[in-house]
Design a protein around this ligand. Structure first.
Ligand SMILES: *[C@@H]1O[C@H](CO)[C@@H](O)[C@H](O)[C@H]1NC(C)=O
Ligand SMILES: *[C@@H]1O[C@H](CO)[C@@H](O)[C@H](O)[C@H]1NC(C)=O
Ligand SMILES: *[C@@H]1O[C@H](CO)[C@@H](O)[C@H](O)[C@H]1NC(C)=O
Ligand SMILES: *[C@@H]1O[C@H](CO)[C@@H](O)[C@H](O)[C@H]1NC(C)=O
Ligand SMILES: *[C@@H]1O[C@H](CO)[C@@H](O)[C@H](O)[C@H]1NC(C)=O
Ligand SMILES: [Zn+2]
Length: 443
């Protein structure tokens, strides 16, 4: 061990403080590479693919074991700048990285978070778009779309209708990435409004569109997640800070209620990647002047940290057979909130279910086993940095005459054909449709 360097390291921060300027691709890469070099034990930098113009799509992972998944440690992600002209999220994620790495071992909350969570941070999903912005301003700009002029938040498969678009390299890269990790919780950072918006963004009558909204079976959890973010952001929580915008009570909205969209990333995450994702609109102005960046960091820092912690609500564990062998690809769902594409254990036999405090019945369905129901009670949230841990051992089955339970997979698009209707009180308003016309270039 080089003593002089160690001593210097204690005196000087290992990475020069990040300034509050916009970081274009080259400067962003330099920052990420310095972080990865200087904090190699808790970070890992990799590119999940390339943009149309060949720019790397960087992801920096922060965690005690950054290079690979560990059993019991949930995977979390933030993705920003999928609309290249929405610039605030991109810089906030760079500052978040700096905040996490420089507080590890100093701030107990951050240390606990890094010990218990693997945090994936993608500051820009659309680097070509960001570089294409010629004259930054507050409204729609060229640069929203990728280099081929596709809006990446309309470019994913859609659960409710066929989305016949040419899938872009940035979208393909994200879809592939989602298959490589068991992401549990995520947020997608935008600009042009101030609101935390939760799924669905698209819908059918069965999800509530006749009532001007589209809700998931996990609506209680999604509302809680959106409130967790919005309530810690002093301007977002007021709900009416952007001129010419809709008013959002408490700074929260259902995506469809605001305005419907086809092919969004948030719905894709929830339906096909088993990952709960919300959409965060962080600034009324899409591309504000650099002088405003410290203000945005101040307003969002507590929310960004608190939101990551929510990956630890609910219950998690592994499913084993009677020989204690972990079982992958087993359906583990909560009764009465089953997903249209059933949530399954990963290759380590792990499941993660985000749930609010309460009593639930977990339904485990494995090929070759009888259906297995087990009760869990989630207590009031503790500051424990761990979901309730519950491993499930499937009983010895013996030689039964009846055939094994089949393992249903994800049906073809469009989904939600045969779901019972969720009836509920009527909410909005003609106003929604009028506002929709004005807002199609936000989320
Ligand atoms: C650490 O970061 C600084 C910039 O802040 C850089 O100059 C230096 O090369 C980095 N050190 C290593 C070992 O990568
Ligand atoms: C975090 O992990 C480190 C390394 O494993 C350990 O030394 C430390 O006690 C842990 N800190 C907390 C707060 O859990
Ligand atoms: C999808 O779009 C392509 C090109 O725009 C078109 O040729 C094709 O017929 C479309 N397919 C469907 C199912 O709409
Ligand atoms: C458990 O889930 C399976 C499919 O995943 C379903 O067929 C069955 O009806 C469920 N059982 C209960 C009691 O909910
Ligand atoms: C924290 O959670 C873990 C997993 O559920 C549990 O084993 C442990 O006892 C909890 N610790 C505290 C202090 O609540
Ligand atoms: Zn956007």
């Amino acid at each position: 061990m080089d003593f002089a360097r160690l001593w210097l390291g204690l005196l000087l921060p290992l990475v020069a403080a990040l300034d509050f300027n916009y970081h274009h691709q080259e400067a962003m890469e330099a920052f990420l590479k310095n972080v990865a070099n200087n904090y190699s034990s808790i970070t890992y930098l990799h590119s999940i693919g390339k943009s149309v113009k060949g720019r790397n799509l960087w992801v920096l992972i922060v965690g005690r074991f950054p290079k690979e998944h560990r059993i019991g440690i949930p995977e979390f992600k933030y993705v920003a700048n999928m609309h290249g002209d929405e610039s605030v999220g991109r810089e906030l994620l760079l500052h978040l990285i700096e905040y996490l790495i420089t507080n590890d071992g100093k701030d107990p909350e951050i240390t606990n978070l890094i010990n218990s969570t693997r945090i994936h941070i993608m500051p820009s999903m659309n680097p070509d778009g960001f570089e294409a912005v010629k004259k930054p301003d507050c409204y729609y700009n060229q640069g929203r779309e990728n280099y081929n002029q596709y809006d990446l938040n309309r470019n994913f498969p859609d659960a409710f209708e066929v989305n016949n678009v040419s899938r872009q390299p940035e979208t393909e890269a994200v879809m592939k990435w989602l298959q490589t990790e068991t992401f549990v919780l995520s947020a997608n950072l935008h600009g042009g409004a101030l609101v935390a918006s939760y799924p669905f963004d698209n819908g059918v009558p069965e999800t509530g569109t006749l009532h001007f909204r589209s809700l998931t079976p996990d609506d209680d959890v999604f509302q809680y997640l959106a409130h967790t973010y919005a309530s810690r952001n002093p301007n977002m929580k007021k709900g009416d800070q952007c001129k010419n915008s809709m008013k959002f009570p408490n700074g929260v909205t259902n995506g469809y209620s605001w305005y419907p969209l086809l092919g969004g990333m948030q719905d894709y995450n929830y339906i096909w990647a088993q990952c709960f994702e919300i959409t965060l609109e962080l600034s009324c102005c899409k591309y504000p002047r650099e002088e405003k960046l410290p203000f945005f960091w101040n307003d969002n820092k507590a929310s960004l940290i608190e939101y990551i912690k929510q990956v630890h609500i609910g219950v998690k564990g592994q499913v084993f057979n009677y020989n204690k062998v972990p079982l992958p690809n087993v359906i583990v769902e909560v009764q009465d909130r089953s997903h249209i594409c059933p949530y399954k254990t990963n290759k380590f036999g792990e499941y993660y279910l985000l749930l609010l405090p309460g009593s639930y019945v977990i339904n485990v369905t494995a090929v070759g086993y009888d259906p297995h129901l087990t009760k869990v009670v989630i207590l009031e949230k503790s500051q424990n940095f761990s979901a309730l841990k519950k491993d499930i051992i499937l009983p010895y089955r013996g030689q039964l005459d009846s055939g094994p339970v089949s393992n249903p997979s994800c049906p073809m698009v469009p989904l939600y054909r045969n779901l019972p209707s969720r009836s509920a009180a009527t909410k909005p308003s003609l106003f929604v449709f009028l506002v929709t016309v004005l807002h199609i270039f936000l989320k």
